[in-house]
Design a protein. Structure first.
Length: 429
């Protein structure tokens, strides 16, 4: 061939967009494709497309969808107890009721005793396929039997499009919170450790709140989120000493530090928080479609996050503060020698000398000796939950290397186990 290739391309020739589809490209008729198609379809290909189009049309018809929904929407005698779901596939709407006995939510803590959740949810995704819009409303009811108190929360969520994935969430209600918002101890593990060993590690306070969050992608590599929230905090106390194991040990108080202090660790107060969060991923690629934009993560570069939090309008000036945070997260691929994971976090408080213990920086500890993750890049497995909580500057280091069998596969007998060697390093300053 005498075709001459370009010897060099300008830098702007290739962008981060790897595939692009024109608007309505999937809605062209047969005449259009026959006109521009360089090679006609074979009889087999043409027959296959006709068959697939027919099946797609039938399975998306209102008559077919309504018949499927009718069977699934049938109300049963026990639905008020175990829950009920309703769906209108043609209108793209659904409703869910969790039931009076949502046993999967049953848990125990010394503040509420046995507690149980229920709730309602509604979702509308009629414009999701074409415009990327969807709306959902969720409510949650939580009742503590020993405390004899019902708490209710609600959340409204709306996504505006599939281009930058802009979304708005409005929320409010009353709930019990762990002092560490990352909730290092799960309800299930706390239930076991409390009832069988009298180790009630979960420490709680009451939060009544109302707020809103808005987030979106800003370009291909940036994600931005802003939150405004009013909070009223109130200390809580143990209301039960119930246990499965009868021993002379007693439950610790609900005060995180020290555990035997019955005096609340903070006074009832309220404040308003405004926070902004930014995440940067370098070198991302993307695919442009008429119905949205698909971002493709580039794992050759680290992820950077930055945050700023401002607490103001408190009933006491001492509770107002500012917090600046930063984080670097990266997975280095060492080929057949495994993967090195890294998570570095830092932050500093401004005017944080007398803030509430609720707003301290709390670090993810673990006193149960039970791990619930395949990686530990955000936890100190030998650290008590609140012993190192701080209202000053801090720096976290988490490193973890998984050899992916590079070492273990060379050791006789052990290489039969198909196991990997994981080595970690964690530091807090």
């Amino acid at each position: 061939s005498n075709y001459e290739f370009e010897k060099a391309f300008a830098k702007k020739t290739f962008t981060n967009e790897i595939v692009s589809f024109e608007d309505n490209s999937n809605k062209k008729d047969t005449m259009f494709w026959n006109k521009i198609r360089p090679i006609p379809l074979t009889i087999e290909e043409n027959t296959d497309y006709i068959k697939k189009d027919s099946v797609h049309e039938v399975r998306n018809s209102k008559k077919y969808l309504d018949s499927i929904d009718k069977k699934g929407n049938k109300f049963k005698f026990l639905n008020p107890i175990n829950g009920y779901s309703w769906k209108n596939s043609s209108e793209k709407k659904s409703f869910r009721y969790d039931g009076l006995l949502k046993l999967s939510s049953l848990s125990f803590n010394t503040v509420q005793g046995w507690n149980l959740d229920s709730g309602f949810s509604f979702r509308n995704w009629k414009n999701e396929e074409e415009k990327g819009k969807s709306t959902s409303v969720n409510t949650k009811f939580n009742y503590g039997f020993s405390e004899d108190r019902l708490r209710v929360t609600a959340n409204y969520y709306h996504r505006f499009n599939n281009q930058n994935y802009a979304n708005l969430s409005v929320f409010g209600g009353s709930k019990v919170n762990q002092f560490n918002p990352e909730e290092p101890i799960t309800s299930f593990i706390n239930t076991i450790s409390t009832l069988f060993f009298k180790d009630n590690y979960m420490k709680l306070y009451n939060k009544e709140f109302a707020g809103a969050t808005y987030s979106q992608n800003a370009g291909n590599n940036f994600y931005l989120k802003g939150t405004l929230e009013y909070q009223q905090r109130k200390p809580l106390f143990n209301t039960t000493d119930y246990t499965f194991i009868k021993t002379e040990d007693v439950y610790s108080s609900n005060n995180p530090l020290p555990a035997n202090n019955l005096i609340p660790i903070f006074e009832q107060h309220h404040l308003t928080k405004a926070a902004v969060f930014a995440r940067i991923n370098f070198g991302n690629k993307y695919i442009s479609r008429p119905d949205g934009r698909l971002n493709i993560r580039n794992y050759d570069y680290p992820t950077l996050t930055f945050g700023y939090e401002n607490a103001f309008a408190s009933n006491e000036k001492k509770y107002e503060y500012q917090l600046i945070t930063g984080q670097v997260r990266y997975d280095f691929d060492a080929g057949n020698k495994g993967t090195l994971g890294m998570n570095l976090k830092a932050g500093t408080f401004i005017n944080g000398e007398n803030i509430s213990f609720v707003d301290y920086k709390h670090f993810n500890g673990n006193r149960t000796h039970i791990g619930t993750s395949d990686r530990y890049l955000n936890v100190f497995n030998l650290l008590p939950y609140y012993s190192n909580s701080t209202n000053k500057s801090y720096f976290e280091t988490h490193l973890e290397h998984n050899d992916k069998g590079y070492i273990m596969n060379k050791i006789p007998l052990l290489n039969k186990l198909n196991s990997t060697l994981v080595v970690g390093f964690h530091a807090l300053a």
